[in-house]
Design a protein around this ligand. Structure first.
Ligand code: SAH
Ligand code: SF4
Length: 348
Protein backbone atom coordinates (compact mmCIF):
# COMPACT_ATOMS: atom_id res chain seq x y z
CA UNK A 1 0.00 0.00 0.00
CA UNK A 2 1.40 3.39 -0.97
CA UNK A 3 1.73 6.01 1.72
CA UNK A 4 1.21 9.76 1.83
CA UNK A 5 4.26 11.92 2.37
CA UNK A 6 2.20 14.84 3.70
CA UNK A 7 1.19 12.64 6.67
CA UNK A 8 4.70 12.84 8.10
CA UNK A 9 5.79 15.34 10.73
CA UNK A 10 9.41 16.49 11.09
CA UNK A 11 10.44 13.67 13.45
CA UNK A 12 8.85 10.99 11.32
CA UNK A 13 10.54 12.42 8.24
CA UNK A 14 13.92 12.37 9.99
CA UNK A 15 13.33 8.71 10.87
CA UNK A 16 12.29 7.93 7.31
CA UNK A 17 15.21 9.70 5.71
CA UNK A 18 17.76 8.19 8.10
CA UNK A 19 21.06 9.94 7.68
CA UNK A 20 19.78 12.84 5.57
CA UNK A 21 20.32 16.33 7.00
CA UNK A 22 17.43 18.06 8.79
CA UNK A 23 17.05 20.72 6.11
CA UNK A 24 15.95 18.04 3.64
CA UNK A 25 13.13 17.03 6.01
CA UNK A 26 12.17 20.68 6.38
CA UNK A 27 12.14 21.12 2.61
CA UNK A 28 9.77 18.17 2.27
CA UNK A 29 7.46 19.66 4.92
CA UNK A 30 7.34 22.97 3.10
CA UNK A 31 6.77 21.29 -0.27
CA UNK A 32 3.83 19.36 1.21
CA UNK A 33 2.44 22.57 2.69
CA UNK A 34 2.48 24.01 -0.82
CA UNK A 35 0.67 21.00 -2.23
CA UNK A 36 3.60 19.90 -4.41
CA UNK A 37 3.79 16.44 -5.91
CA UNK A 38 6.99 14.45 -5.50
CA UNK A 39 8.24 15.29 -8.99
CA UNK A 40 7.70 18.94 -8.16
CA UNK A 41 10.03 18.77 -5.14
CA UNK A 42 12.77 19.93 -7.47
CA UNK A 43 15.31 21.03 -4.88
CA UNK A 44 15.56 17.45 -3.55
CA UNK A 45 18.19 15.18 -5.14
CA UNK A 46 16.70 13.22 -8.06
CA UNK A 47 17.77 9.94 -6.45
CA UNK A 48 15.82 10.75 -3.27
CA UNK A 49 12.74 11.71 -5.26
CA UNK A 50 12.90 8.39 -7.11
CA UNK A 51 13.20 6.50 -3.83
CA UNK A 52 10.26 8.43 -2.37
CA UNK A 53 8.17 7.62 -5.42
CA UNK A 54 8.58 3.91 -4.77
CA UNK A 55 6.94 4.21 -1.37
CA UNK A 56 4.64 7.20 -1.63
CA UNK A 57 1.78 8.40 -3.74
CA UNK A 58 2.79 11.16 -6.13
CA UNK A 59 0.24 13.44 -4.43
CA UNK A 60 -2.35 13.05 -1.62
CA UNK A 61 -5.24 14.44 -3.64
CA UNK A 62 -6.17 15.90 -7.00
CA UNK A 63 -8.41 18.79 -8.00
CA UNK A 64 -11.33 17.12 -9.77
CA UNK A 65 -13.53 20.16 -10.19
CA UNK A 66 -13.78 23.78 -9.00
CA UNK A 67 -17.04 25.71 -8.75
CA UNK A 68 -16.67 29.48 -8.45
CA UNK A 69 -19.48 31.44 -6.86
CA UNK A 70 -20.45 34.98 -7.83
CA UNK A 71 -19.77 36.04 -4.23
CA UNK A 72 -16.08 35.02 -4.45
CA UNK A 73 -16.38 31.74 -2.60
CA UNK A 74 -15.36 28.54 -4.36
CA UNK A 75 -16.03 24.90 -3.80
CA UNK A 76 -13.33 22.34 -4.59
CA UNK A 77 -14.00 18.73 -5.33
CA UNK A 78 -10.89 16.64 -4.65
CA UNK A 79 -10.23 13.09 -5.76
CA UNK A 80 -8.28 10.88 -3.36
CA UNK A 81 -5.87 8.15 -4.42
CA UNK A 82 -8.48 5.46 -3.79
CA UNK A 83 -10.99 7.26 -6.03
CA UNK A 84 -13.09 8.68 -3.19
CA UNK A 85 -14.23 12.29 -3.52
CA UNK A 86 -14.22 15.00 -0.86
CA UNK A 87 -14.99 18.68 -0.92
CA UNK A 88 -13.54 21.84 0.58
CA UNK A 89 -14.78 25.40 0.38
CA UNK A 90 -12.87 28.67 0.05
CA UNK A 91 -14.66 31.54 1.80
CA UNK A 92 -13.37 35.08 1.32
CA UNK A 93 -13.69 37.42 4.32
CA UNK A 94 -12.63 40.99 4.86
CA UNK A 95 -10.41 39.88 7.76
CA UNK A 96 -8.75 37.08 5.74
CA UNK A 97 -9.89 34.00 3.87
CA UNK A 98 -11.18 30.77 5.34
CA UNK A 99 -10.95 27.21 4.08
CA UNK A 100 -13.60 24.75 5.17
CA UNK A 101 -11.90 21.35 5.43
CA UNK A 102 -13.37 17.83 5.29
CA UNK A 103 -12.19 15.34 7.92
CA UNK A 104 -13.83 12.14 6.66
CA UNK A 105 -15.30 10.71 3.46
CA UNK A 106 -18.95 10.83 4.52
CA UNK A 107 -19.89 10.73 8.20
CA UNK A 108 -21.49 8.17 10.47
CA UNK A 109 -23.31 10.56 12.80
CA UNK A 110 -26.43 10.60 10.62
CA UNK A 111 -27.84 14.08 11.39
CA UNK A 112 -31.23 14.40 9.69
CA UNK A 113 -30.47 17.75 7.99
CA UNK A 114 -27.00 16.95 6.66
CA UNK A 115 -26.11 15.66 3.20
CA UNK A 116 -22.63 14.50 4.24
CA UNK A 117 -23.98 11.79 6.48
CA UNK A 118 -26.60 10.39 4.13
CA UNK A 119 -24.48 7.56 2.79
CA UNK A 120 -22.72 6.84 6.09
CA UNK A 121 -18.97 6.84 6.63
CA UNK A 122 -16.66 5.56 3.88
CA UNK A 123 -13.39 6.23 5.68
CA UNK A 124 -11.35 8.64 7.77
CA UNK A 125 -9.10 11.15 6.07
CA UNK A 126 -5.45 11.14 7.06
CA UNK A 127 -3.78 14.26 8.45
CA UNK A 128 -1.95 14.76 5.14
CA UNK A 129 -5.19 14.53 3.16
CA UNK A 130 -6.64 17.28 5.37
CA UNK A 131 -3.48 19.40 5.08
CA UNK A 132 -3.40 19.05 1.30
CA UNK A 133 -6.92 20.51 0.94
CA UNK A 134 -5.62 23.73 2.47
CA UNK A 135 -2.28 23.55 0.66
CA UNK A 136 -3.84 23.20 -2.78
CA UNK A 137 -6.43 25.91 -2.19
CA UNK A 138 -3.81 28.29 -0.82
CA UNK A 139 -1.64 27.78 -3.92
CA UNK A 140 -4.66 27.96 -6.22
CA UNK A 141 -5.36 31.49 -5.00
CA UNK A 142 -1.73 32.55 -5.38
CA UNK A 143 -0.74 32.12 -1.73
CA UNK A 144 2.73 31.07 -0.64
CA UNK A 145 3.94 29.93 2.78
CA UNK A 146 5.06 33.45 3.70
CA UNK A 147 2.06 35.23 2.25
CA UNK A 148 -0.85 32.92 2.58
CA UNK A 149 -4.11 33.36 0.68
CA UNK A 150 -5.72 31.46 3.56
CA UNK A 151 -5.71 32.71 7.13
CA UNK A 152 -8.40 30.65 8.85
CA UNK A 153 -9.39 26.99 8.86
CA UNK A 154 -12.78 25.60 9.87
CA UNK A 155 -13.30 21.86 10.07
CA UNK A 156 -16.82 22.07 8.76
CA UNK A 157 -16.69 20.05 5.57
CA UNK A 158 -17.87 16.46 5.54
CA UNK A 159 -17.10 14.32 8.55
CA UNK A 160 -16.96 14.51 12.31
CA UNK A 161 -13.42 15.58 13.30
CA UNK A 162 -13.63 14.14 16.81
CA UNK A 163 -14.65 10.76 15.36
CA UNK A 164 -11.23 10.90 13.66
CA UNK A 165 -9.47 12.36 16.68
CA UNK A 166 -5.83 11.35 16.17
CA UNK A 167 -5.67 12.42 12.54
CA UNK A 168 -7.45 15.68 13.36
CA UNK A 169 -4.89 16.51 16.04
CA UNK A 170 -2.04 15.58 13.76
CA UNK A 171 -3.52 17.84 11.09
CA UNK A 172 -3.60 20.71 13.61
CA UNK A 173 0.05 20.04 14.41
CA UNK A 174 1.08 19.91 10.76
CA UNK A 175 -0.81 23.00 9.67
CA UNK A 176 0.44 25.08 12.59
CA UNK A 177 4.04 23.98 12.04
CA UNK A 178 6.46 26.89 11.40
CA UNK A 179 8.04 24.81 8.61
CA UNK A 180 4.65 24.50 6.92
CA UNK A 181 1.69 26.82 6.57
CA UNK A 182 2.18 28.13 10.10
CA UNK A 183 -1.53 28.79 10.77
CA UNK A 184 -2.01 29.81 14.39
CA UNK A 185 -4.21 27.46 16.43
CA UNK A 186 -6.34 30.46 17.30
CA UNK A 187 -7.34 30.60 13.65
CA UNK A 188 -8.37 26.95 13.49
CA UNK A 189 -11.92 25.87 14.41
CA UNK A 190 -12.77 22.28 15.17
CA UNK A 191 -16.50 21.75 14.72
CA UNK A 192 -18.17 18.80 16.42
CA UNK A 193 -21.67 17.44 16.73
CA UNK A 194 -20.89 17.15 20.44
CA UNK A 195 -18.79 14.05 21.16
CA UNK A 196 -18.24 14.89 24.82
CA UNK A 197 -15.40 12.42 25.41
CA UNK A 198 -13.52 13.92 22.47
CA UNK A 199 -14.16 17.46 23.71
CA UNK A 200 -12.71 16.59 27.13
CA UNK A 201 -9.70 14.95 25.48
CA UNK A 202 -9.16 18.00 23.29
CA UNK A 203 -9.44 20.28 26.32
CA UNK A 204 -6.69 18.28 28.02
CA UNK A 205 -4.48 17.99 24.93
CA UNK A 206 -2.70 21.29 25.51
CA UNK A 207 -3.96 22.61 22.18
CA UNK A 208 -5.68 25.92 21.84
CA UNK A 209 -8.02 25.65 18.85
CA UNK A 210 -11.45 27.25 18.69
CA UNK A 211 -14.18 24.76 19.51
CA UNK A 212 -17.51 24.92 17.67
CA UNK A 213 -20.32 22.71 18.89
CA UNK A 214 -23.29 21.95 16.64
CA UNK A 215 -26.07 22.07 19.18
CA UNK A 216 -29.15 22.82 17.03
CA UNK A 217 -31.61 22.20 19.88
CA UNK A 218 -32.26 23.52 23.38
CA UNK A 219 -33.33 20.16 24.85
CA UNK A 220 -32.86 16.41 24.41
CA UNK A 221 -36.30 15.73 22.91
CA UNK A 222 -35.79 18.05 19.95
CA UNK A 223 -32.13 17.16 19.56
CA UNK A 224 -32.95 13.46 19.37
CA UNK A 225 -35.33 14.14 16.47
CA UNK A 226 -32.54 15.56 14.32
CA UNK A 227 -29.24 14.27 15.74
CA UNK A 228 -28.76 10.59 16.68
CA UNK A 229 -25.72 11.57 18.82
CA UNK A 230 -28.26 13.08 21.26
CA UNK A 231 -29.07 9.53 22.37
CA UNK A 232 -25.50 9.18 23.59
CA UNK A 233 -24.96 12.57 25.24
CA UNK A 234 -27.55 14.90 26.77
CA UNK A 235 -27.51 18.63 26.00
CA UNK A 236 -26.48 19.16 29.64
CA UNK A 237 -23.45 16.94 29.11
CA UNK A 238 -22.61 18.77 25.88
CA UNK A 239 -22.80 22.15 27.60
CA UNK A 240 -20.82 20.73 30.54
CA UNK A 241 -17.99 19.66 28.25
CA UNK A 242 -18.04 23.09 26.56
CA UNK A 243 -17.65 24.74 29.97
CA UNK A 244 -14.77 22.41 30.73
CA UNK A 245 -13.16 23.35 27.41
CA UNK A 246 -13.43 27.01 28.32
CA UNK A 247 -11.96 26.43 31.78
CA UNK A 248 -8.99 24.51 30.37
CA UNK A 249 -8.20 26.69 27.36
CA UNK A 250 -9.70 30.10 28.11
CA UNK A 251 -11.26 29.98 24.64
CA UNK A 252 -14.84 31.08 24.15
CA UNK A 253 -16.87 28.20 22.72
CA UNK A 254 -19.05 28.72 19.64
CA UNK A 255 -22.44 27.01 19.47
CA UNK A 256 -23.82 26.37 16.00
CA UNK A 257 -27.59 26.49 15.71
CA UNK A 258 -29.28 25.90 12.34
CA UNK A 259 -32.86 27.10 12.35
CA UNK A 260 -35.30 24.49 11.03
CA UNK A 261 -38.89 25.50 10.46
CA UNK A 262 -41.26 24.15 13.08
CA UNK A 263 -38.55 22.01 14.70
CA UNK A 264 -36.21 24.22 16.73
CA UNK A 265 -37.09 27.82 15.80
CA UNK A 266 -39.84 28.82 18.24
CA UNK A 267 -39.58 31.62 20.78
CA UNK A 268 -39.92 28.94 23.43
CA UNK A 269 -36.78 27.26 22.03
CA UNK A 270 -34.87 30.55 22.12
CA UNK A 271 -35.85 31.02 25.79
CA UNK A 272 -34.85 27.47 26.67
CA UNK A 273 -31.55 27.90 24.80
CA UNK A 274 -30.62 31.07 26.67
CA UNK A 275 -31.42 29.35 29.94
CA UNK A 276 -29.25 26.36 28.99
CA UNK A 277 -26.27 28.45 27.91
CA UNK A 278 -26.06 31.08 30.61
CA UNK A 279 -23.09 31.43 32.88
CA UNK A 280 -19.93 31.20 30.76
CA UNK A 281 -18.40 32.97 27.74
CA UNK A 282 -19.78 31.64 24.49
CA UNK A 283 -21.19 32.76 21.20
CA UNK A 284 -24.16 31.40 19.27
CA UNK A 285 -23.86 31.24 15.49
CA UNK A 286 -27.30 31.09 13.96
CA UNK A 287 -27.66 29.96 10.38
CA UNK A 288 -30.71 29.15 8.41
CA UNK A 289 -31.00 25.55 7.34
CA UNK A 290 -29.71 24.76 3.87
CA UNK A 291 -32.48 22.51 2.67
CA UNK A 292 -31.12 19.16 1.56
CA UNK A 293 -33.10 17.10 -0.91
CA UNK A 294 -35.03 14.17 0.55
CA UNK A 295 -34.56 15.35 4.15
CA UNK A 296 -38.01 16.97 4.30
CA UNK A 297 -36.79 19.81 6.53
CA UNK A 298 -37.31 23.48 5.71
CA UNK A 299 -35.44 26.62 6.72
CA UNK A 300 -37.02 28.96 9.20
CA UNK A 301 -38.76 32.06 7.85
CA UNK A 302 -36.92 35.42 8.04
CA UNK A 303 -39.33 36.83 10.62
CA UNK A 304 -39.13 33.85 12.90
CA UNK A 305 -35.34 33.77 12.67
CA UNK A 306 -35.27 37.48 13.54
CA UNK A 307 -37.44 36.89 16.60
CA UNK A 308 -35.22 34.01 17.67
CA UNK A 309 -32.11 36.19 17.53
CA UNK A 310 -33.86 39.07 19.31
CA UNK A 311 -34.86 36.75 22.16
CA UNK A 312 -31.26 35.58 22.63
CA UNK A 313 -30.05 39.18 22.63
CA UNK A 314 -32.71 40.12 25.15
CA UNK A 315 -31.34 37.41 27.45
CA UNK A 316 -27.78 38.70 26.91
CA UNK A 317 -26.64 35.68 24.97
CA UNK A 318 -24.02 36.75 22.43
CA UNK A 319 -25.38 35.67 19.05
CA UNK A 320 -25.14 36.53 15.35
CA UNK A 321 -26.41 35.26 12.05
CA UNK A 322 -23.71 33.62 10.01
CA UNK A 323 -23.32 34.80 6.45
CA UNK A 324 -24.34 32.13 4.02
CA UNK A 325 -21.91 32.10 1.10
CA UNK A 326 -21.92 30.07 -2.06
CA UNK A 327 -25.64 29.47 -2.32
CA UNK A 328 -25.32 29.38 -6.12
CA UNK A 329 -22.73 26.60 -5.94
CA UNK A 330 -24.60 24.34 -3.51
CA UNK A 331 -23.27 25.79 -0.27
CA UNK A 332 -24.43 23.13 2.17
CA UNK A 333 -22.05 20.41 3.23
CA UNK A 334 -22.07 17.36 1.01
CA UNK A 335 -24.39 18.78 -1.63
CA UNK A 336 -21.89 19.34 -4.40
CA UNK A 337 -20.40 15.89 -4.22
CA UNK A 338 -23.82 14.26 -4.41
CA UNK A 339 -24.75 16.38 -7.39
CA UNK A 340 -21.44 15.65 -9.12
CA UNK A 341 -21.78 11.93 -8.51
CA UNK A 342 -25.28 11.96 -9.98
CA UNK A 343 -24.11 13.85 -13.07
CA UNK A 344 -21.13 11.54 -13.53
CA UNK A 345 -23.31 8.46 -13.21
CA UNK A 346 -25.77 9.98 -15.75
CA UNK A 347 -22.95 10.38 -18.23
CA UNK A 348 -22.02 6.71 -18.16
N1 SAH B 1 -19.44 17.09 11.87
C1 SAH B 1 -19.13 18.36 12.36
C2 SAH B 1 -18.53 19.30 11.33
C3 SAH B 1 -19.08 19.24 9.94
S1 SAH B 1 -20.70 19.86 9.72
C4 SAH B 1 -20.36 19.00 12.99
O1 SAH B 1 -21.44 18.47 12.84
O2 SAH B 1 -20.20 20.01 13.65
C5 SAH B 1 -20.46 21.63 9.81
C6 SAH B 1 -21.68 22.39 10.26
O3 SAH B 1 -22.68 22.41 9.23
C7 SAH B 1 -22.34 21.81 11.50
O4 SAH B 1 -22.67 22.85 12.39
C8 SAH B 1 -23.57 21.17 10.92
O5 SAH B 1 -24.55 21.00 11.89
C9 SAH B 1 -23.93 22.14 9.83
N2 SAH B 1 -24.83 21.62 8.80
C10 SAH B 1 -24.79 20.44 8.18
N3 SAH B 1 -25.77 20.34 7.25
C11 SAH B 1 -26.44 21.51 7.29
C12 SAH B 1 -27.55 22.03 6.59
N4 SAH B 1 -28.17 21.32 5.67
N5 SAH B 1 -27.96 23.28 6.88
C13 SAH B 1 -27.33 24.02 7.81
N6 SAH B 1 -26.29 23.59 8.52
C14 SAH B 1 -25.83 22.34 8.27
FE1 SF4 C 1 -21.75 14.39 10.39
FE2 SF4 C 1 -21.63 16.96 11.11
FE3 SF4 C 1 -23.18 16.14 9.06
FE4 SF4 C 1 -23.88 15.51 11.54
S1 SF4 C 1 -23.75 17.59 10.69
S2 SF4 C 1 -23.89 14.11 9.77
S3 SF4 C 1 -21.88 15.18 12.48
S4 SF4 C 1 -20.98 16.07 9.15
Amino acid sequence: MNKILADYDINELLGLLCGQPKYIAKQILSFCARGADIDGMTSLPKKLRDELKLEFFEKPLYKAEIFNSKDGSAKFLFKLNDGNLIESVFLPNNYGNTVCVSSQVGCRMGCAFCASGMDGLARNLSAGEMLSQVALINSHFGGSLKERAVSNIVMMGSGEPLDNYDNTLKFVNLISSPDGLNVSERNISVSTSGLCDGIVKLAESGHNVTLSISLHAPNDDIRKQIMPIAKRYTVKEVVGSAKYYFEKTGRRVIFEYSLIKGVNDSLECAKELSELLKGFPLHVNLINLNPVKDAGLKPSGKDRAGLFLAELEKKNVSATFRRSLGSDIEGACGQLKRKYLKEVSHDH
